[in-house]
Write a protein that binds this ligand. Structure first.
Ligand SMILES: [Ca+2]
Ligand SMILES: [Ca+2]
Length: 450
């Protein structure tokens, strides 16, 4: 940067120099939450740039405490504290690390009890998979009993009360949806009142933003008044349970997912039974079954059962694949992992096309490694007519040669120590028009075009 200050007498010039660092790989991740309560889990998702080769996670205080791979499983934090999370990514010998903190607080809900719990009490709670019968007690801790509830679900609930006479009983239920260890008014489901023994039923509406994981459900019955969530009252009973909040299930059902090795690439196929509000599939590949990376994306074909095909044009000898299924709301889940093993092969030329050739000769070959090779076109007298050097990458390679200037006749194409392939130059074939040449450059063989 150059700055110049002009006045009537002098010119002052200052030069400032700075540098921009360009990193070969940048670590980044997101987390489902950075503030949780004891026993809750956090989901971490890789968001690193520049296509890392490896991912190494560290979760101090978490279970598990480390993970190698792009996206770890949910990490549970059993003890209160502030814990660092780090992700180190590497690429070509360079590395970069990002660190963040997770704050875990201990959770103590308020106490609640009744001094007289003989004349009315909760004799059964029925919700989800909970079906708990009980006798009377001042307070009952049934938090070892739990049921799953899905976000946005409408969950029927029935509370059975036993009353010694025709007393009016009121029943309220709370679930600590935000897991802040308080029962706010917004977390209350009023089940109504009745006279004497019997059932009170209602529906629990699970909030879309309910925090995932285990939380507290409290049920209370009280004589002649609405019970409160906390404190001690005279006539009634209170019981606590556990609710495990789950993410809304993805609106897609895989009915099959498989794959096989074709001549030059791997083919993956899968089918769905139903799709609703579904967006797309990420196809992820791994060489070791641990570290996966996205190699393609397949859009949803729409609602209803569908069939999909994906070609991996650069397969590894052993390849592991999985599908990340993404819905329109950003939720996702993974398919099972499948593997495809290809036969080991040496350096090999698969095909030359067209043959006879008039203008441009196309060659498809497999190389066992990244390397430079010399390519020669040799006539029947053993003379090298054309020569060039090419860079081959490990796996499949496609190259082409313009041969319209060489005389018609029989030739051999030789690439390094690959087995030579004969071809015929035919002078009767005219030079292609520019339009056809462009099309041919894009797609010489249907085999390579999807
Ligand atoms: Ca009871
Ligand atoms: Ca709460």
């Amino acid at each position: 940067m150059v700055a110049t200050n002009n006045n009537t007498n002098t010119n002052d010039t200052e030069v400032k120099q700075d540098f921009i660092s360009i990193l070969p790989v940048i670590s980044e991740f997101t987390s489902s939450s950075t503030n949780i309560t004891e026993g809750q889990a956090v989901t971490f998702t890789d968001a690193s740039s520049c296509s890392p080769d490896t991912w190494t996670w560290s979760f101090q205080g978490g279970v598990p405490s480390s993970f190698t791979g792009m996206n770890p499983p949910a990490i549970t934090y059993p003890v209160a504290g502030v814990y660092p999370v780090s992700l180190t990514v590497t690429k070509g010998g360079a590395s970069n690390t990002k660190t963040d903190n997770i704050t875990v607080i201990s959770c103590t809900h308020c106490t609640a009890s009744y001094t007289d719990f003989i004349d009315e009490y909760i004799s059964k709670v029925t919700v989800g998979t909970i079906s708990k019968a009980s006798t009377s007690s001042s307070y009952s801790d049934f938090t070892a009993i739990s049921t799953d509830m899905e976000r946005e679900a409408q969950v029927p609930v029935t509370i059975t009360v036993t009353v010694s006479d025709n007393y009016e009983e009121h029943v309220i239920l709370w679930i600590d949806w935000d897991q802040d260890c308080n029962f706010e008014g917004s977390e209350k489901t009023y089940l109504g009142d009745r006279v004497g023994s019997g059932d009170l039923s209602g529906v629990i509406s699970v909030p879309a933003q309910a925090k995932l994981g285990k939380t507290r459900m409290r049920v209370a019955v009280q004589y002649d008044a609405n019970p409160g969530a906390c404190g001690t009252a005279e006539y009634g009973e209170v019981e606590d349970y556990t609710v495990n909040v789950k993410a809304t299930l993805l609106p897609v059902t895989l009915t099959s997912f498989g794959g096989f090795a074709a001549e030059l690439h791997n083919i993956l196929k899968w089918t769905t039974e139903s799709e609703f509000n579904f967006s797309y599939f990420d196809v992820e590949h791994s060489k070791d079954g641990v570290s996966f990376r996205k190699i393609g994306q397949v859009e949803s074909l729409g609602d209803g059962g569908q069939a999909y095909v994906f070609h991996d044009k650069n397969p590894s000898i052993t390849g592991y694949y999985r599908l990340r299924m993404n819905d329109l709301d950003g939720l996702y889940e993974y398919s099972e992992v499948i593997s495809i093993k290809r036969q080991e092969r040496g350096d090999q030329i698969f095909s030359v096309y067209p043959n006879p050739v008039g203008y441009r000769l196309n060659v498809a070959m497999y190389s066992t490694e990244n390397k430079m090779e010399e390519v020669n076109i040799i006539n029947t007298a053993g003379q090298v007519i054309q020569m060039r050097r090419i860079q081959l990458t490990q796996g499949l390679n496609k190259i082409d040669f313009e041969v319209f200037l060489i005389p018609s006749g029989n030739y051999v194409l030789k690439v390094g120590n690959f087995k030579p392939i004969p071809f015929v130059k035919n002078s009767d074939i005219k030079v292609l028009t520019p339009l056809i040449k462009r099309a041919a450059t894009i797609c010489w063989q249907p085999f390579f075009c999807c």
